[in-house]
Design a protein around this ligand. Structure first.
Ligand SMILES: [Zn+2]
Length: 368
């Protein structure tokens, strides 16, 4: 058992000298120039063993000039430059701890500015545990009980490592929007999220010794969805399970949708709109209209908007002005249910129990 986990660890660490697991997160893009600022600002090449040179300025401007980069008007070698704040960490193979401001975000770790398409791209190179502290505050209310926050911390760490393995060698592994994990930088840290990340440091969910695809969502409405039905990911640990969130009033939603909105979502007349198929957990898998247009449930939700049609567990009725939708849950429904995790934690469950409930068969491993 020990050996494969050790191999996985070697594979994950990009350099033997690197003491911490890091992530590369795409922050934002800029057209021609961007400001980077921080205390004791230094710069180097975009490598793990780079030497950093103090800039002697608290703020610099990085500009794109053709196929070249300039820092405060001076040309730099290569197609990327990496910044670090905090004089003490210039030589260590560990990204800086002093926050940096770049574009519209303040982050820990290093900031890479690189040539990207015909503009610039900003990437945050950050220790995984710092990244998780910030992600947790954006993904789950910090007022949730500690065991729910810990379960979310393990799920987010596992999700991040799995994406890192998938994207290995790429300039970045994850974006910072809701498409991946919502990342808001230093401003989203909280003592409670840091405590949950610290308490589970290095803990990852695995299946057959690889990090699992640890999907999560806000609320399932009473029963989670299988990975296959929700995301076309037929995985043994993503099965439909019962969940206490269905009893919470917050899991109910309703939405009025106009004829025009439906016409645009369906690319045709919504006349006679009805549900034509449901999954094993009664989520809508197909809708159809009088003129024979049919649409996959997930596509229908995407086109109407994820915040409008909060889940696929819904009923629909025609009204005088359009259509009325009523449903339960928020999100795709696969994997960990956050409101369910809160309800279980309130009932005395520990984070390990919560995780094995939502990811049956996955093993909790201490990766580092
Ligand atoms: Zn639930």
């Amino acid at each position: 058992m020990l050996r494969p986990v050790a191999l996985l660890l070697i594979f994950l660490a990009s350099s033997p000298a690197l003491a911490v697991e890091t992530m590369r997160i795409a922050m934002s893009e800029a057209r021609t120039e961007v400001q980077v600022s921080g205390q004791g600002l230094a710069f180097g090449t975009d490598t793990e063993d780079a030497t950093f040179h103090p800039l002697g300025a608290r703020q610099v401007t990085v500009r794109r000039k053709g196929r070249k980069l300039e820092v405060n008007g001076a040309p730099v070698v290569g197609d990327a430059v990496r910044f670090r704040a905090g004089a003490l960490s210039y030589d260590a193979g560990v990204p800086g701890d002093e926050p940096l401001r770049a574009g519209d975000m303040q982050v820990r770790g290093d900031v890479v500015v690189r040539l990207y398409r015909d503009g610039l791209q900003l990437i945050n190179v950050i220790p995984l545990e710092d990244y998780l502290t910030a992600v947790l505050g954006s993904e789950m209310p910090v007022s949730f009980p500690a065991e729910a926050l810990k379960a979310q911390a393990v799920a987010a760490r596992t999700y991040a490592l799995q994406k890192k393995l998938e994207a290995y060698g790429s300039a970045f592994y994850l974006g910072s929007s809701v498409l991946h994990q919502v990342y808001g930088g230093v401003n989203r840290e909280d003592p409670r999220t840091r405590a949950a990340v610290e308490a589970t440091r290095g803990e990852v969910l695995t299946y057959e010794l690889a990090p699992i695809e640890a999907y999560f969502h806000a609320s399932c409405g009473g029963r989670t969805e299988s990975g296959q039905a929700a995301l076309q990911r037929d995985l043994p640990y993503l099965q439909a399970v019962e969940c206490p969130c269905g009893k919470l009033p917050a899991s109910r939603w309703s939405a009025d949708v106009s004829e025009a909105e439906l016409r645009s979502a369906l690319s045709g007349s919504p006349e006679g709109l009805r549900i034509a198929g449901r999954t094993g957990t009664r989520r809508v898998s197909r809708v159809t209209t009088a003129d024979g247009t049919t649409l996959d449930g997930a596509r229908f939700r995407q086109r109407l908007g994820y915040t409008k049609l909060k889940s696929l567990d819904f009923e629909v009725e025609k009204t005088a002005h359009g259509y009325s939708f009523t449903g339960r849950g928020y999100g795709h429904g696969a994997g960990l249910c956050q409101w369910g995790a809160k309800a279980l934690a309130d009932g005395g469950w520990e984070y390990r129990e919560i995780l094995s409930h939502y990811y049956p068969g996955a093993e909790l491993q201490q990766l580092y």
